[in-house]
Design a binder for this molecule. Structure first.
Ligand code: PMP
Length: 445
């Protein structure tokens, strides 16, 4: 299997020669917070299988929901027909977003973003093609990450994903994000927030006729290295979008479904975006599904006579798939029935205490956490915050050591991330942090 994996499978992000001699981790099954490889070794799932797993692997109730749906039908199209699970799920999702009115389904977070961008762009054209002829640009944050399709990369701000594709991308206006750890020259947390909001206001004031929407990851910029925004930033962004007549898109793909301690991150600042993108945890980590939610105001702009044709011409083959929607419904039902959100908040507080111990290690520069989303920034020098040269691959070596000790996590540049299965027990989490501690110490020394 190892040989065939190397021979036939193109894994994302691993073409660097240094990776070539590494042995792949071949997962065969999972149970609760653990993944098991083909040799029967088990690993704590410290990345929630890429930030998706909610109730643990192989959950009997999610399995049953899926089997029950499978007995009926696996898939029929949403183009020109409907199905029961996708209707029920849309209704359920909108209960969490009472100011919104429609759910547009897709299958990956990037697609949910792509759809939001296309809807936002077309919204203005549908309203008034002459008046809004030049409302074509999008604003996003420095180091933003919204997925890997060309549209999603266009609004992304991470150099690695951007550089090579620059000629293919549409125009984006970048504004600073409140990355407090690396913006100390601006003063306190709230000074950093004020600086970022001032910059956004400057852009909106001068270019609002050209700006279709502002897109943000609410509360936490995940892929950028778990950059936790201080309180007030998101609310400030919303206020400026209202003031300057531009749409606000909140990308809840990573933070949604309990990850930050509430069902959705926007709740924490009582923000009501015009469009919301959901994905990842929506099916509890079982199947691909994503959704873009819009307000009635946005949706209404797409209704019209045949002659004017304001239709949104976008529709995926597996849109509203019954298996995905039925497992998503069960996932949401279980989040409530099992009191998972309270559980996440309680565990997040305990976790903060355990993570604090990592500061004993001199190369731990900053520990950031929101709910069960944690980033540990590794630095060569705590005072200057200088990072290790990329070629040292220190973070990569740390995660390999952690894997050897029974924990899987991922680095994002110099930031180690711990984003566990949401239902991971306190004891398992404490064990994970202990492994993390030992792995960092072992490579540092
Ligand atoms: N938006 C955000 C905020 C994300 O973190 C991600 C994935 N990490 C995406 C969009 C893209 O989702 P997907 O990988 O499912 O396309």
């Amino acid at each position: 299997l190892e040989q065939w994996d190397k021979q036939y499978v193109w894994h994302p992000f691993t073409q660097m020669k240094q990776y070539v001699n590494e042995r792949p981790l071949i997962i065969e099954r999972g149970k609760g917070s653990y993944l098991y490889d083909v040799n029967g070794r088990r690993y704590l799932d410290g990345y929630a299988s890429l930030w998706v797993n909610v109730h643990g692997h192989n959950d009997p109730e999610l399995n049953a929901a899926l089997s029950e749906q499978l007995e009926k039908i696996a898939h029929s199209t949403l183009l020109g027909s409907a199905n029961v699970p996708s209707i029920s799920l849309a209704k359920r999702l909108l209960e969490y977003w009472p100011h919104m009115s429609k759910v547009f389904y897709s299958d990956t977070g990037a697609a949910a973003v792509e759809i939001a961008l296309k809807i936002a762009y077309q919204y203005w054209k549908n309203l008034d093609p002459v008046r809004y002829a030049t409302k074509n640009k999008f604003v996003s944050l420095k180091e933003a990450y919204h997925g890997d399709t060309v549209g999603a990369v266009s609004v992304g701000g991470m150099e690695t994903f951007h550089r090579i594709f620059a000629p293919l991308l549409f125009e984006r206006i970048e504004v600073p994000a409140p990355y407090v750890y690396r913006m100390e020259e601006y003063g306190s947390e709230q000074d950093v927030v004020r600086h970022c909001l001032n910059e956004l206001e400057r852009v909106l004031a001068s270019q609002h006729e050209h700006i279709a929407a502002v897109i943000v990851e609410p509360l936490v910029q995940g892929a950028a290295g778990i950059i936790v925004h201080p309180r007030g930033f998101l609310k400030g962004v919303e206020a400026l979008c209202h003031q300057y007549g531009t749409l606000l898109i909140c990308d809840e793909v990573a933070v949604g479904f309990g990850r930050t301690g509430t069902m959705f991150a926007c709740e924490q600042e009582e923000v009501a975006p015009d469009l919301v993108c959901l994905g990842k945890g929506i099916t509890g980590g079982y199947l691909p599904l994503a959704a873009t939610l819009v307000t009635e105001e946005v949706y209404a702009a797409f209704l019209g006579d045949v002659e004017e044709d304001k239709t949104f011409y976008h529709g995926h083959t597996y849109t509203g798939n019954q298996l995905s929607c039925s497992v998503a419904l069960k996932n949401i039902e279980l989040i409530e029935a099992r009191g998972l959100l309270d559980d996440v908040q309680r565990k997040a507080r305990r976790l903060a205490g355990w993570l604090e111990r990592l500061y004993d290690i001199p190369i731990v520069g900053d520990i950031r956490q929101k709910g069960l989303m944690c980033g540990i920034e590794i630095v060569k020098n705590r005072r200057t915050k200088e990072v290790f040269p990329r070629a040292a691959m220190l973070e990569h070596r740390i995660i390999l050591e952690a894997r050897r000790r029974g924990l899987v996590i991922r680095p994002l540049g110099p930031v180690l991330t711990f984003i566990p299965v949401l239902a991971m027990s306190e004891a398992e989490m404490e064990e994970a942090v202990r492994i993390l501690y030992d792995s960092i110490v072992c490579l540092y020394e």
